[in-house]
Design a protein around this ligand. Structure first.
Ligand code: A5A
Length: 487
């Protein structure tokens, strides 16, 4: 058993802070003796479930059905699409034995479920009346990641892989679905107070088999970007490989068009990383496992505080996820305990509150104290939740916007560092963090040159106006690409 550290390092020491806060707030324990695998703890698991329930609601509202597909994929099915095979050959875990017996057919642990799903879709889809088909699942998946693994961010067992898969009769409908998926993800991240940019991945960096890949990126406190979700337009790549055909209205049999989109527990890690402070987690009230904690401040000589705290609890319990902390500990210890866990509102109840039939509310985001009458306490907390959410949004958005810069030129690779690179790298060559939007001519060779220095996220998904500036090759720029250092 690893001893818990008593104190949280300051957030300015981000990697240390992140690892410790996960442990102290009882989110997860990554001391499990297998690289890239961790244990979810009860508080973390509840947080994770609240977050994915936001997604569950969004997907339900937009006509997606929840399914479950097997973890094991027979080799023959896994090996049906050439780009997919190539893309995943280095990352797949294979099950080769059942007990002592070598299996006749090797089984892949899903690294994502295109292949088993599309095998079944080809049986389910017969006519245009069966389309569109829109399903999703929240499952674990395995990828033998070779880059350094990191808790929540780069795992070998991804425990919370939300993958949605859709099938459509026409290209137009499938492209509309791509737009809907982007909208769903925007709403998802907005509800979680996660800021993002959306980029079209360059062709050489698309999901295996995809015609277009669109990625959502956030920026972590150390300035590196993290891909927190992707939406892929698959065209007919997989429908042809898996024979997903339907009889159209005109009596002709046609291959279907497909899309898929996914997120993972990177969203949980992002909320922790983006909003936490030197005291621990700061959670948006809508997803906080415990939204309100009541801490009685009792004195032997003043009886009745505990009873009054229970009265307050009764008032709140049908409105919020609320905890009454009656443990035999000092109030200060209790404050620390709930602050680390990011409980949005603490209710302090002492003799004074008891006498005046009031409550003292303390917001986790600003530590501001607000006194309220017991009769108004529910409304006051609801109001505070709204304030906390918009304060969290405003704080993070203004930071995020300051991290995304525009450059006029990218004249850096010839030795005289200028503009774009200045934004990302300081005089000593140290990475400063953030994203820069740079003008380029569009030739792959120029992108390749740039990618030796920085990671290319791709073009902005949103329409950009007229492109000005010059590419590194000296030619006038024709498009914008975003560059950064990625996780
Ligand atoms: N089938 C499609 C949806 C797919 O698998 N796309 S993906 O490969 O881009 O993965 C979707 C999302 O899962 C990524 O955007 C990333 O946020 C998350 N993800 C992928 N690999 C991960 C890993 N090793 N650890 C944590 N999250 C991961």
């Amino acid at each position: 058993m690893v001893k818990k550290p008593r104190l949280l390092p300051p957030k300015s020491n981000f990697p240390e802070w992140f690892d410790q806060v996960m442990f102290l707030a009882e989110i997860a324990d990554f001391t499990y003796p297998l690289k890239g695998c961790g244990v979810w703890l009860p508080f973390g698991w509840e947080l994770r479930n609240n977050i994915f329930n936001v997604m569950r609601r969004l997907l339900k509202e937009t006509g997606h059905g929840e399914v479950y597909f097997p973890l094991l994929i027979p080799e023959g099915i896994f090996m049906k699409e050439a780009h997919f095979i190539k893309g995943f050959e280095n990352e797949v875990y294979w099950v080769t034995h059942g007990g002592l017996k070598e299996l006749d057919v090797k089984l892949a642990l899903r690294p994502t479920s295109e292949t088993p799903m599309y095998h079944m879709f080809s049986k389910w889809i017969r006519s245009h009346a069966d389309l569109p088909l829109k399903v999703w699942q929240l499952v674990n998946m395995f990828r033998y990641e070779t880059k350094a693994t990191r808790p929540m961010f780069r795992l070998r067992e991804v425990t919370s892989f939300k993958e949605a898969h859709t099938v459509h009769a026409t290209e137009e409908e499938a492209l509309k679905q791509v737009e809907q998926a982007v909208e769903i993800y925007k709403r998802f991240f907005d509800q979680l107070c996660i800021p993002y940019i959306i980029s079209k991945r360059p062709p050489y960096d698309r999901f295996p088999g995809a015609k277009e890949s669109i990625a959502f990126e956030t920026i972590l406190p150390d300035g590196r970007t993290l891909q927190i979700g992707t939406v892929h337009y698959l065209g007919q790549t997989f429908s042809k490989a898996f024979n997903i055909k339907f009889l159209d209205r005109d009596g002709v049999e046609k291959y279907a068009y497909q899309t898929c989109y996914g997120v993972s527990e990177r969203v949980v890690g992002s909320i922790i990383a983006l909003h936490g402070d030197d005291h621990g987690l700061v959670l948006p009230p809508n997803i906080a496992p415990i939204q309100v904690v009541i801490v009685p401040i009792t004195f032997k000589e003043v009886p009745g505080v505990e009873e009054y705290s229970k009265e307050v609890y009764e008032k709140l319990k049908n409105h919020f996820r609320v905890e009454l902390d009656l443990r035999e500990k000092r109030p200060g210890e209790k404050y620390y305990h709930w602050e680390v866990r990011g409980v949005p509102v603490r209710v302090e109840i002492g003799p004074e509150e008891m006498r005046s039939k009031t409550a003292t509310l303390v917001r986790r985001d600003t530590f501001e104290r607000i006194k309220t009458d017991l009769d108004d306490v529910v409304g006051k907390i609801e109001e505070l939740f709204n304030d906390i959410k918009s304060n969290m949004e405003n704080r993070i958005t203004s930071w995020f916007e300051s991290m995304v810069k525009k450059a006029e030129t990218f004249l850096s690779l010839s030795g005289e560092a200028k503009d774009a690179v200045y934004h990302l790298i300081d005089e000593n060559g140290e990475f400063k963090g953030g994203v820069v939007e740079v003008p380029i001519c569009g030739d792959v060779e120029c992108e390749m040159k740039i990618s030796k220095f920085v990671d290319i996220l791709g073009e902005p998904w949103e329409r950009v106006g007229e492109v000005k500036g010059m590419c590194i090759c000296g030619k006038p720029a024709r498009k914008i690409v975003r560059v950064s250092k990625q996780y």
